[in-house]
Write a protein of this length. Structure first.
Length: 68
């Protein structure tokens, strides 16, 4: 094995490592952002769910009272 072959092999590995590193960093950042927005999304979903439940209860009450 010549030194030139070794150099080419090392460069190839380095390129793969850089790609892997960037991919990993991107995934890590994505997870961090999802964690940050997760609570906001959860709160929004809970509020939406509560509003829907209240609307259903109101509809049932109105139907039972005979107004509608």
């Amino acid at each position: 094995m010549k030194p030139d072959d070794m150099f080419i092999l090392n460069r190839k590995n380095a390129n793969q490592n850089i790609i892997f590193c960037y991919t990993w960093r991107f995934i890590y950042c994505l997870i961090k952002h999802i964690q940050a927005y997760f609570y906001t999304i959860m709160m929004f979903s809970l509020v939406l769910l509560l509003v829907l439940i209240l609307m259903l209860i109101l509809q049932v009450l109105l139907q039972h009272s005979g107004i509608v």
